[in-house]
Design a protein around this ligand. Structure first.
Ligand SMILES: Cc1cc2nc3c(=O)[nH]c(=O)nc-3n(C[C@H](O)[C@H](O)[C@H](O)COP(=O)(O)OP(=O)(O)OC[C@H]3O[C@@H](n4cnc5c(N)ncnc54)[C@H](O)[C@@H]3O)c2cc1C
Length: 416
């Protein structure tokens, strides 16, 4: 029998199983954003004997970082498009382009449009989805039409070129921008975008008004500039939670009033991406309200449903009674990816790896002319009893000289 098996292996008819890894070789990563790509490249470095497969519906990685200025300024996109197939060849993982349809946690199997993918460890890094139902839009065709005509492009960076084109076509009138209720990805991004839009309306002398409907308190760094320097360009509506949208009338309704628009950047509430809902990994409630985010450990990002399943990046849910969520930024997602790679590598190889907590650095433009930036540093430490302490530091930078681009290049250098 053994001789027959050796013959079949030598002839290539049976896979050659390495006993130590027989059941522990396959790492499947769903989502090739900041989190998934960081996990994939780090795993290849720490445990090259593991088989790492990345699956994404898109053929290439694109980033939101530095996109707000580019939306209203001529010039090349600030990001390069990185094909997953080329990244997979460079780092030594496998890439499968497919829509993920569901996860069978008991069977350790992921269903995709192109067939099933079995795993020994699963890293779920699928980002967010937009909750149009919260605005009374449930019909998928109506959602698709709203996204086509008025997407605020916060879910996928692949939507940014179409938004840029819509802005280029805008010749005047009311330009509505809705801000999602917190938590949403990249907290300063909508305010920075509003700043560039206001600056663009003013400097290009476009006879338009930027109407900002904001359900959150405005970030202080932007308040004076948006409301004073651009007071002729900006109407800011605070406590403005959108309840419904009417595409035919081009209006949204809030608790207070209806807002008509000529063009809009509609950004509905955000939630963890569909695959987390399909997998049954959403926390039922957070702080007495229904939760839209995943249930996972605060420091190890493991799912309570199965310790071999990790949830990382913007899809992650509540981590602290004090500060709530990790900021939904690319750097946090990438640090979480590196952390789970260390944990999987340690489990697979038996070699200890130092733990890694998230951190985030954001360089945000707070004034266009003269150019000024704010740097927001967020870091964490474990208090020792399982509770995390968050430190946020904001530093004004009155003379920026490319720190944001240098930060982005350093980050991409880690996983692209
Ligand atoms: C305007 C804007 C500006 C920003 N600027 C910054 C910045 O300067 N710095 C910063 O750190 N962060 C920034 N961010 C935030 C940053 O983009 C996100 O935090 C980051 O993308 C989160 O990474 P992720 O891996 O969780 O998800 P994503 O990057 O969204 O990746 C998720 C991936 O999963 C794939 N996917 C999802 N579901 C499926 C499925 N069912 N089947 C197959 N594939 C699937 C998607 O195609 C996608 O590629 C910005 C965000 C916005 C909107």
């Amino acid at each position: 029998m053994i001789a027959r098996r050796r013959f079949l292996i030598a002839a290539g008819f049976l896979p050659l199983l390495q006993p130590a890894y027989a059941d522990n070789r396959r790492v499947l990563i769903v989502g090739g954003g900041w989190g998934g790509l960081a996990a994939a490249s780090q795993l290849r470095q720490l445990a090259p004997e593991l088989e790492v497969t990345l699956v994404d519906r898109q053929p290439a990685f694109m980033s939101f970082a530095l996109s707000n200025r580019w939306l209203v300024e001529p010039g090349a996109a600030p990001w390069a498009r990185h094909d997953y197939a080329a990244l997979a060849r460079k780092h030594g993982y496998r890439f499968v382009q497919a829509e993920v349809l569901g996860v069978d946690i008991a069977q350790r199997n992921v269903a995709t449009m192109n067939g099933a993918l079995p795993y020994d460890w699963l890293v779920l890094a699928p980002g967010i989805r937009e909750n149009w139902s919260a605005w009374q839009v449930d019909d998928p065709a109506a959602v698709a039409e709203l996204r086509r005509r008025h997407s605020g492009a916060m879910q996928s960076a692949a939507d940014l070129p179409a938004l840029r084109q819509r802005l280029a076509n805008f010749k005047g009138g009311d330009l509505l921008m809705t801000i999602p209720p917190a938590p949403y990805r990249c907290p300063p991004a909508p305010y920075e975008r509003a700043l560039f839009l206001a600056w663009w309306l003013k400097t290009q002398k476009i006879p338009g008004k930027l109407v900002i409907a904001d359900p959150n308190p405005m970030m202080p760094a932007f308040r004076n500039i948006l409301l004073d320097r651009y007071k002729d360009q900006v109407t800011y509506l605070d406590h403005a939670t959108v309840r419904s949208v009417d595409l035919a009338r081009k209006s949204v309704s809030t608790d207070i009033d209806d807002i008509r628009f000529d063009e809009a950047l509609l950004c509905p509430p955000q939630q963890a991406a569909d695959v987390l809902w399909q997998a049954g990994l959403i926390r039922p409630e957070e702080g007495g309200k229904p939760s839209g985010w995943a249930a996972q450990g605060a420091t190890d990002f493991r799912s309570a449903a199965d310790g071999r399943v990790f949830v990382i990046g913007d899809a992650a849910g509540l981590v602290s009674p004090q500060f709530g969520y990790f900021p939904k930024t690319g750097q946090v997602a990438s640090r979480m990816g590196q952390s789970v790679a260390r944990q999987i590598a340690a489990q697979a190889t038996g070699k200890a790896q130092a733990p890694l907590l998230p951190e985030s650095v954001c360089h945000v433009t707070s004034s266009v002319e003269p150019l000024e930036n704010v740097r927001i540093d967020t870091s964490y430490r474990d208090r020792g009893d399982g509770f995390l302490v968050q430190t946020v530091k904001q530093t004004q930078n009155p003379n920026p000289s490319g720190e944001d681009a240098a930060w982005a290049a350093a980050m991409y250098g880690e996983f692209l």
